[in-house]
Design a protein around this ligand. Sequence first.
Ligand SMILES: *Cc1c(COP(=O)(O)O)cnc(C)c1O
Length: 472
Amino acid sequence: MNAAAGTPIVAADARRALPAVETLLQSPQAVELQARYGRPLTLAAARTVLDAQRATLREAAGTNGPGGTAELLEAISLQLAQQAAPTLHSVTNATGVIIHTNLGRAPLSKAAQAAMLAVADDYCTLEYDPRTGKRGSRNVHPAQLLRQLTGAEDALVVNNCAAALLLALTGLAKGKGVVISRGQLVEIGGGFRIPDVMMQSGARLVEVGTTNRTHAHDYASAIGDPKLKAALLLRVHHSNFRIEGFATEPGISELTALGAAHSVPVVDCLGSGALLDTTRFGLAHEPMVQESVAAGCDAVCFSGDKLLGGPQCGIIVGRAATIQKLAKHPLVRALRADKLCLAALSATLLHYLHAEAPTAIPVWRMISMPLAEIEARAQELSSALRQTGLDAAVIDGQSTVGGGSLPGETLPTKLVAVRHRGAAAQAARLRTHGIIARVQEGQLLLDPRTVGDWSSLLQKCTETFVTFRSIQ
Ligand SMILES: *Cc1c(COP(=O)(O)O)cnc(C)c1O
């Protein structure tokens, strides 16, 4: 139909019948909104709502009358509430992925939370030495603890592990060759690719060996080739994948022996990096920071918010000369960690020093949660859901550690499976209540292992499903 003829006349009338924005803003409800959100935001929301209503009328070609003032005000109020609501808020993780990068990785221990609050509430000794009254270094706070826990001579904390690797490569090998196995040229989540980081650092990639097999002599011949100007041996944890079958790569001690023989420093990028032995918890062995330090690495990089269970940061531990060289690099200023992070990190490290990490740090508590406890929780939720009339059952399943550690490793768990048509719609509904679940083969699956606040989950789940059923 031609827009110039016929129905648009009706639409134009309806559009004209919409209240003027100023009239709308004088209504008592709008006055209240202006008191709460301020005039500029309320005015902008009113304009958006009116514009949308005009557009709807144009498209609907006048079949609908204008929204009444009450509906328009309701829409304005909703829009303002949505704008004011934080998009970053806490959620309940019922996915069973313990170190879930999209959900903020490691939840912090109570002590770490308290430490952040304490330095947030007033001024603090971030770069101040109260004994001398002079300027101090922000790095001293976690460094002492990291030395004690890892056996390293010194430590440096930056924004994340990607930053730690970038700093190590830039500071130690800019303009020179970095020897790395072809099997370790990995891409980690978020498009972080080792060859790209190498390029950014100004170091030159010297790849040796093959995807599945790299030998010590491959590294040795690269070091021996003067054209390649090899200045660093780099090992990178495979992170999120696993090579099985006919595959080999030199261990970290072989690399450090090689490095020592040729006077070439060795950097180990562990990614997750564990301070506790994961075999204690029935898992495969995740490389430990202490092992790489003991093997004589010049620098070992790992994340603060993966298996360490602390805040987002990147930690470099290693030889004093190497760490001090890196600490003086101008990049450090751009990559430094903030006071909240350093406070939480120190509090988290203290749990390891006091040998209470498995119970005090949420990530380890979840890893070590007894199956009987998980099952008891699953039964509790399942029977609560059955009481609302849902088809819920407890089934065997697997939780994963995540965070690029222990690729392919799982922990046996008990899941609550809700069998109901529209599992995806149910999951979406749970999400609006801040509960993140899995959907698999038409079933909604909830893993109690990763749920922080169990009683709140129990209550929210039952409420959600009761209302879900009543509106169907
Ligand atoms: C996770 C990971 C990184 C990146 O760590 P962030 O702290 O997320 O920057 C780097 N290297 C490896 C091997 C990893 O697993």
